[in-house]
Design a binder for this molecule. Sequence first.
Ligand code: SF4
Length: 642
Amino acid sequence: MSVESLFPRLEPVLPLVSKPIQYVGGELNASLKDWDSVAVRWALMYPDAYEVGLPNQGVQILYEILNERDWILAERTYAVFPDMEKVMREHDIPQFTVDAHRPVKAFDVLGVSFSTELGYTNLLTALDLAGVALHAVDRADDDPIVLVGGHASFNPEPIADFIDAAVLGDGEEIVLAISDIVREFREEGSPGGRLELLRRLVSTGGIYVPRFYDVDYDADGRIDAIVPNDAAAPDRVAKHTLMNLDEWPYPKNPLVPLAETVHERFSVEIFRGCTRGCRFCQAGMITRPVRERSLQSIGRMVEGGLEKSGLDEVGLLSLSSADHSEIGELATQLADRYEGTNTSLSLPSTRVDAFNISLANEFSRNGRRSGLTFAPEGGSERLRKVINKMVSEEDLIRTVAAAYSHGWRQVKLYFMCGLPTETDEDVLQIGELAKKVIDTGREVSGRKDIRCTVSIGGFVPKPHTPFQWAAQLDHESTDARLRKLRESVQSDKKYGRAIGFRYHDGKPGIVEGLLSRGDRRVGRVIEAVWRDGGRFDGWSEHFSYERWEAKSAEALAEFGVDLDWFTTRERGPEEILPWDHLDSGLDKDWLWEDWQDALDPDPVEVEDCRWTPCFDCGVCPSMDTDIQIGPTGKTLLPLSVV
Ligand code: SF4
């Protein structure tokens, strides 16, 4: 049955809302398909505003892969701003896709990509606006399957009540497998209804369906057991790993936004995964092993994407782009190819973990030398050993000296506060490092206008990392530590204005911590916060810590646990973690040993298995995968560049 466009109802209300262009669709390279000509229909959602969601690589890749099949249709939907939500409720307009403005409720699958847990309340808004029951168990047979992916899906327990299914890992192949299952099920006349479809999904072993697992708790609040309650459900659900990136060169036809977005460049993922082993880094841990894209494939993607989109900036994306085994060749060849054109090249990742100045010089050939960002993450050498960020002060100073002497005037240093074992002294070292950077810059450049910006984020322990057992630092202590740092730098007139500070208070990190390491009981908090008006929690102007604090106290009281229990409490080795049944491939014993190595008075460092023998993290044998990198014999200097 055909589904009508909602646009005739939407158009008259657009003048009433802010940034109406974000709801209009029709971007270059968007896809419009006839509803009745396909067998399976996906609504893909990035649970944030259009300006943040449109550039998202994951959504763009899946959108293109699905739409390439003539029997599948995929459209996009984003979180609507609160003013639009109000207007939609007043005019009875349901959550819609921006492509053909079809109601989300009419689709077979609503696929939601979560890169951050702070988007959870936006999922609830979208479901409610769509007319889809908030709780999975209350949904009707013809409601869409609400399926989540992205990094947050490695612990979807806090949203277990609201989703039908979750997939872990790379989405390229699994979205097609899911589409096949849905098509076959529909062709058979949907026997057994929604429950049977979910059973078919869970029986693949690679799709998690929370309702097929029971969670029991001990009297002290800890989890007693997580057990499947359906014969089709496996004990552990495995992540997906795409093993040949060259065979999946997406996006080929990048979407060109109509409205302003957070970045407007064509991004090419040059490799996936990272084995640097930074102990705080969930992205690195859950995307192992490293799989590189070949130079030829990257070259073709850059050329094709620029031609199809008209964009003039290329971002070479990955968790640590300067670590590509042929990054030097790649930089030189791309810079040669686009020299004298308007095309600029960048390494946009702040998690880049290797750097050399000739590389930065190549990337800036067509552009300005505005600023470079390095991420030592920890202020003191001791703390950098704890987090396994193997960069010495000497490395850092040598690199910034080279940068300043090659014409850069601005260096940005990224750190975290609240890392395990951290003391006030470790954080004060951040200021000392920044002062040395300024001294070095002034000395090598002979100039006074050298600047260094120190940017600090609060550390949030994440599932599937060696720090998953750690106590998170409470927000009062985080704020106090950062205040001391600021005072110590600003009191020194010699550097006062040369060093800038950027940091947020510690409160959003505590909520992120609750949502990252929470279990199913946290779903009550999310729902209570949403019912009280919580929206766009990743936006400081919308975020209310007081609301999360109050609702946590109310909703968790009956379970005998609270906000602190989920965040500032250290876990022991025997504790069953809410995500233990979700298999990232990492061996839990190895993670625990790595955590103990971090806590050692002389912390044990772990090398990158790209350049050293395998250290048995467990991923390759359990996932039947291998490291895929090009020829290389050396480690690049472990610093970061943006
Ligand atoms: S199993 Fe070995 S080679 Fe594979 S990612 Fe882990 S440490 Fe590296």
